[in-house]
Design a protein around this ligand. Structure first.
Ligand SMILES: [Zn+2]
Length: 329
C-alpha cells in the first residue's frame, strides 16, 4: 500500500464568501483540499489572485505526489461564457467580462475550463452524487439565492446566453405585496423561498410581536439557519415560516417537473441542511401540482449528497472529461 500516481484535476468553487479548492482524481477521490475566505471586499484582482494561489498550491501538491495534472476547473457565481472562458458578470466578485482563462494560462500550462458555480455543482452531483443514476434531472441550490442546473438527456444545458435554468427567477407571487428580488423583479421564487427570504420572514414575524422564541433575539441574528433551529425546537412561528418557503419551493419544483419531465430533482445549498423540515411540504406540493404523466417518471425530490464539495468536484470534472466526470453516460 502506498500512494499511486493518478490523473487528477484541480477543481475550485469560487463563492462570494468562501473559496473551496479540491484535488480530484479521475476515479472520484479527493486527494487534496484547500479552503479560504474569498477576499471579495478587496476587489476583483484580489479575488483572482486568491483563486490562482489556491489552484497553484493544489497543483504543487499534485506534483509532489507524482500525479498527472489533467487541468484546472473553476466554478464562478453568475453567468459564464463556458466556451470562451469569460466570466460575463459576477456582482459579488466585482467581475465583468473578465477573461479568466487567459489569466490562468499565464500561470498554468494545462487545460483550464470554467463554468457557472451552480452548473459546476450540478456536474458534481451528476458524477459522484445524488444525480448519478439519472440522465435527466434538475439540481437546485437553495442558499442566499436560488440557482439551478439542468441535465437533459445526459447533457448539461447551458442555453445560448449561458443562463438557462434560472429557476430562482420564475414568478410565483403577483401583486403589490410580492417581495422584491435581487434580479430587480418582484415575486420570484428566490424572493420567497431562499435562505435570505426565510431569514427576512423570521425577522418580520418576530417584529410583529407574534409569540415566537425568535422575538428574544436581536433582529440581525435571525437567519434562515436560526429559523430552522427554532422550528426544530418546536417554535410554531418558525415552523410556519419554513413551511411557507417549502410550499413555494414545491411550486417551483412542480414547474420544473411539468416543463422538463425529469427523473429526479436534487436540492442542495445551505437550506437543504434543513431537508427534514422542508421535505414534507415540498413533496406534498409537487405531488399535488405536478402533471400526472410527468410524476410517473419522477423518481423523487432528493437532497444533494456532496454538500459544500459539489461545486469543486464538478469544476474538476470539467477538465477530467468523459469517463472522469462527464455527464453523458
Ligand atoms: Zn428574481
Amino acid at each position: 500500500v502506498g500512494s499511486r500516481a493518478e490523473r487528477v484535476a484541480v477543481g475550485v468553487d469560487l463563492g462570494g464568501t468562501n473559496l473551496t479548492g479540491l484535488l480530484v482524481s479521475d476515479r472520484g477521490t479527493v486527494a487534496g483540499r484547500e479552503l479560504r475566505a474569498t477576499p471579495a471586499a478587496l476587489g476583483a484582482e484580489a479575488v483572482l489572485g486568491a483563486v490562482l494561489d489556491v489552484a497553484s498550491g493544489l497543483a504543487g501538491q499534485a506534483r509532489e505526489l507524482g500525479h498527472e495534472i489533467a487541468g484546472v476547473g473553476l466554478g464562478i457565481p453568475g453567468p459564464v461564457d463556458a466556451d470562451r472562458g469569460v466570466c460575463l458578470f459576477s456582482p459579488n466578485l466585482g467581475w465583468r467580462d473578465l477573461d479568466v482563462i487567459s489569466r490562468f494560462r499565464e500561470v498554468f500550462n494545462v487545460p483550464v475550463r470554467i463554468d457557472n458555480d451552480v452548473r459546476a455543482a450540478t456536474l458534481g452531483e451528476a458524477w459522484l452524487g445524488a444525480g448519478h443514476p439519472y440522465r435527466t434531472f434538475v439540481c437546485l441550490t437553495v442558499g442566499t439565492g436560488i440557482g439551478s442546473g439542468l441535465v437533459l438527456d445526459g447533457r448539461l444545458w447551458r442555453g445560448p446566453g449561458y443562463s438557462a435554468g434560472e429557476l430562482g427567477h420564475i414568478p410565483v407571487v403577483d401583486g403589490p405585496d410580492a417581495p422584491p428580488c435581487g434580479c430587480g423583479r418582484r415575486g420570484c421564487l428566490e424572493a420567497v423561498a431562499s435562505g435570505t427570504a426565510i431569514g427576512r420572514e423570521g425577522r418580520r414575524a418576530a417584529s410583529r410581536g407574534e409569540p415566537t422564541s425568535l422575538a428574544r433575539l436581536p433582529a440581525e441574528d435571525i437567519t434562515a439557519r436560526v429559523v430552522a433551529e427554532h422550528a426544530r425546537a418546536g417554535d410554531a412561528t418558525a415552523a410556519r415560516v419554513l413551511r411557507r418557503a417549502a410550499v413555494y419551493l414545491g411550486l417551483g419544483i412542480a414547474t420544473a417537473v411539468n416543463l422538463l419531465n425529469p427523473e429526479a430533482v436534487i436540492v442542495g445549498g445551505r437550506v437543504s441542511r434543513s431537508w427534514d423540515l422542508i421535505q414534507p411540504e415540498v413533496t406534498r406540493v409537487v405531488s399535488e401540482k405536478g402533471f400526472p404523466p410527468n410524476l410517473l417518471f419522477l423518481r423523487g425530490v432528493f437532497p444533494a449528497e456532496l454538500g459544500e464539495d459539489a461545486g469543486a468536484i464538478g469544476a474538476a470534472s470539467l477538465v477530467l472529461g468523459p469517463g472522469g466526470g462527464a455527464v453523458s453516460r
